[in-house]
Design a protein around this ligand. Structure first.
Ligand SMILES: [Zn+2]
Length: 396
């Protein structure tokens, strides 16, 4: 048994406990959380100056792109970024697997206990099987031209079978509103409706996505026609935002992770909440990646006003400097000062666990759960805020 005390315990779903003690068994299962009147010296008690938080849940990552760290310059915009990924992905001969293993170890050390990871191939299976991190793999399909729908979908089923046979949690998902044809969306919709599986989609990551749906022009149109060389003559802009245009393909019974939401508007949220329940709808924010690609940040005050379930993601090393949920929290606190630390911890832990359907085990300090224990030091205790110097140390 281990007893760990700190200046504050942030449980993930309850107000912080000052000078609390967390008791765990040898497997890391929470036995008890207490708040003694005097934190006197007890036998075997570890005391830390800092805050204890549960293991983080990284709700959006692409392990497969780990070898592209530092390869793509910043502020290319989404069209330029996706174009570069396609180029480098196909020509890169470096050790992709080794880069994934390193990224996985660094995420573990950065206090990440569970990850929602996008995969387009079987490459990450070995890393995930050996990892101490829990992974839910989102098997991502894309195919802008309707003629590609069948092949893309069949390949996704092949990947899904392989991940499942390896005992890894997974589900088939669409890449984004602009890269999936109606025919492919319909196949995915029918498949996930039957499986009741978890959905994730890159949503409104750029202004050009909106432009593409409203007018059929802009950076995405150029990317598809020129970089990919795909005939876009069948494309009819809907005159509506991308989210409004494709929501019908994302069954409301399925848990849905909307990733990025950098250019989501008030009317989009209203439409969304008219069409599905807030309880199984999650807004995954990846501010580090948004700054890297678009030099923009999502409208966090709008999401807070609507009391939406916010989670955090690192996105991939192709568009971020590190895979650290704590660094994402720092960016949000710096840019949206009204967001308190308790709220940020909730986004980083329990909301992500709910999104991935693993909150029985992860995301909060509650008796019987095994969420992992992180210590964050370098806290501004007077204002209860993170600082530039805040660091993470995994204790359990
Ligand atoms: Zn992504």
């Amino acid at each position: 048994m281990r007893k760990i005390a700190a200046t504050y315990i942030f449980t993930g779903n309850q107000p912080p406990i000052k000078n609390g003690i967390l008791s765990l068994d040898d497997n890391g299962t929470i036995l008890n959380i207490s708040q003694p009147e005097n934190l006197t010296e007890q036998q075997n008690l570890e005391f830390y100056s800092g805050i204890l938080v549960p293991g983080f849940v990284n709700a959006h990552c692409h392990l497969e792109l780990s070898h592209l760290k530092g390869r793509i310059e910043e502020n290319t915009g989404i069209g330029g970024f996706v174009g570069k990924i396609n180029l480098l992905r196909n020509t890169e001969t470096g050790d992709v697997e080794k880069a994934m293993q390193t990224a996985d170890k660094l995420m573990w050390a950065a206090g990440i206990a569970a990850t929602g990871d996008i995969s387009n191939s079987l490459l990450s299976i070995d890393t995930k099987r050996k990892s101490r991190i829990f992974y839910h793999t989102f098997i991502e399909t894309f195919g802008f031209h309707p003629s590609r729908a069948e092949r893309a979908f069949d390949f996704a089923l092949y990947l899904e079978n392989n991940f499942s046979e390896n005992g890894l949690a997974c589900s088939v998902v669409p890449h984004s509103p602009y890269s999936v044809s109606q025919a492919l969306f319909e196949k995915i919709r029918d498949h996930v409706a039957q499986k009741r599986s978890i959905l994730s989609i890159h949503n409104q990551e750029s202004q050009s996505e909106t432009e593409f749906f409203e007018t059929g022009t802009g950076g995405i149109a150029t990317h598809i026609a020129e970089n990919l060389g795909i005939d876009i003559s069948h494309w009819k802009p809907t005159g509506k935002s991308s989210l409004v245009s494709i929501l019908e393909y994302l069954p409301k019974e399925n848990t849905l992770l909307l990733v990025h939401n950098t250019f989501t508007t008030g009317p989009d949220i209203e439409f969304l909440l008219e069409n599905r329940a807030p309880g199984n709808t999650f807004f995954v924010l990846c501010p580090g990646s948004n700054l890297y690609i678009e030099n923009a940040l999502p409208p966090v005050p709008l999401f807070r006003k609507h009391n939406l379930n916010i989670c955090l993601g690192t996105d991939s090393l192709a568009s971020n400097h590190q895979l650290s949920v704590l660094e994402e929290m720092k960016i949000l606190q710096q840019n949206f000062e009204e967001t308190g630390l308790e709220e940020l911890v909730k986004w980083a832990c329990v909301n992500g666990a709910k999104a991935l359907g693993i909150d029985n085990t992860f995301g909060s300090f509650e008796t019987g759960k095994t969420p992992g224990v992180n210590l964050i030091t370098g806290i501004d205790f007077r204002n209860l805020k993170l600082t530039e110097k805040s660091k993470i140390k995994r204790l359990v």
